[in-house]
Write a protein that binds this ligand. Structure first.
Ligand code: GTP
Ligand code: MG
Length: 437
């Protein structure tokens, strides 16, 4: 529902007034409801009311109880709203019944997130992934004929009324789903080829993950600035988009960085997470998110200025597990320390750094943590390479951090830090002990 101007400013073509509605099964739903309001705002819906109900089990016809529906109807009328957004995923029948009872458009958290993603997707692959998730959401809900579904359904299977139309819709959607899957598989394959190219170069990978709007892209840009002189191309050209909105990044970005000589690595910036990220969406984005799974280290970014940062941290850790990256080493990066200088009471992960991507404070600590995580297996050594083994010298200069190079009668003496695997391979040339004594 959001549109953008040429300068990427948000242009609100259509403004909706809405009420958010949530069901409390157990525990606290405040964080998740606050977040739902944020999502509404990101989609151009002004939230003017909130309604909650504690329930043992859902009402199959309307999710919430009869009395609550009536209360909600009155609220809709009094507040002159046009949209009610449910925190729970609704069935097609529930959407239809609720729209009939309330007389306004009814949507749920899933369709809201999909809508935002649909507006933000830029790359062809990203657009296909979102469309796939949308179609998978609509498929079992076709019987609902809800306002929101028919609104989204323009163009698809418009011929024939009633059941016939339903069948046409269903077949049409099923066919489109197959087509998209095929196209995505092709894109996945070409990424796989790119990827094997990268792993051939042997570069380790660090992935920025975390809640949407926590500052992942800003951190990537900072790191690009910090290591500018060692990387080809200016940092400005290589920067990624970072702005104050939910899901600013949808397409994964890769940048090669060098954190010291012979210490090149790939940094990837990914789509942000949110609680209740629709399954179909995670599924659809699985191929892009696979890169998170294959990373050597994860930088889990937390917005330290958020009151609900514990909740956000849990959600992110959950998604990391869902992606199969639960065993990957994690650097916790508590960001925005400039506006929230208090360190959190407890931290997760293997190590924690406290930073501000805005001021650059603490970024050296993050760089050091990265260096340690990615290049911990570097060993200090002195290698004396015979002159007839020149190719080894050039290999080590490329792939190691050579501090000094001396031309001795027996060969070239290289002193520096080398990858453990390289050191093992060329150990016969090591003269570390003799040199030091
Ligand atoms: N005050 C402050 N603001 C920050 C800091 N880091 C990032 N921001 C702001 O936070 C907002 C979100 O930053 P992004 O880098 O787009 O966040 P992201 O995690 O990439 O978000 P998505 O791509 O939407 O998932 C922007 O307005 C940034 O300027 C920080 O250290 N301090
Ligand atoms: Mg981003």
């Amino acid at each position: 529902m959001l549109r953008f101007t040429e300068d990427n400013e948000i242009l609100r073509e259509d403004n909706y007034r809405g009420i958010v509605c949530g069901v409390q099964w157990r525990g606290d739903i405040e964080s998740s409801m606050d977040e739902l309001e944020g999502l509404c705002e990101a989609d151009g819906i002004e939230v003017v009311g909130r309604i909650e109900q504690s329930l043992e089990r859902p009402n199959s016809a309307t999710l919430i109880g009869k009395g609550k529906v009536e209360e909600l109807r009155e609220l809709c009328e009094n507040m002159e709203v046009d949209t009610v957004v449910f925190n729970e995923e609704l069935s097609g029948i529930q959407i239809r019944n609720l729209e009939e009872a309330l007389g306004v458009r009814v949507i749920d958290r899933t369709i809201l997130i999909l809508d935002i993603f649909a507006d933000r997707a830029v790359s062809k692959e990203g657009k296909l992934q979102v469309e796939l998730a949308q179609l998978k959401y609509r498929m079992p809900r076709l019987t609902g004929f809800g306002r929101s579904l028919s609104r989204l359904g323009g163009g698809i299977g418009t011929r024939g009324p009633g059941e016939k139309k339903l069948e046409t819709d269903r077949r049409h959607i099923a066919r489109r789903i197959d087509d998209i899957k095929e196209e995505l598989a092709k894109a996945g394959k070409s990424r796989q080829t790119q990827k094997s190219g990268r792993s051939k170069s042997g570069l380790p990978v660090a992935a920025l993950v975390g809640y949407t709007n926590s500052g992942k892209s800003a951190i990537m840009n900072r790191l690009l600035e910090m290591f500018e002189e060692e990387t080809p191309g200016t940092a400005e050209d290589r920067k990624v988009g970072s702005k104050d909105m939910l899901f600013a990044t949808l397409d994964t970005a890769h940048r090669k960085l060098s954190i010291g000589k012979g210490m090149d690595f790939i940094l990837i910036d990914t789509v942000g997470f949110v609680s209740g990220l629709p399954h179909d969406l995670v599924d659809a984005f699985k191929s892009t998110l696979e890169e998170v799974r294959d990373a050597d280290v994860l930088i889990h970014v937390v917005d330290n200025a958020r009151e609900d940062k514990e909740f956000q941290t849990e959600v992110t850790t959950g998604v990391i597990k869902q992606l199969g990256a639960g065993a990957t080493p994690v650097i916790m990066a508590y960001n925005k320390m400039d506006i929230a200088p208090e360190e959190p009471e407890f931290t997760e992960g293997d190590q924690a750094v406290f930073i501000s991507a805005l001021t650059g404070d603490g970024m050296d600590d993050l760089a050091a943590a990265l260096k340690k995580a990615l290049f911990a297996d570097m060993v200090d050594a002195s290698l004396l390479i015979p002159y007839d083994k020149g190719s080894i010298v050039s290999y080590l200069c490329e792939n190691g951090q050579v501090d000094t190079m001396d031309y001795r009668p027996e060969g070239t003496l290289l002193k520096g830090q080398f990858k453990a695997a390289d050191f093992g391979r060329y150990q016969q040339y090591s003269i570390a002990e003799k040199e030091n004594s």
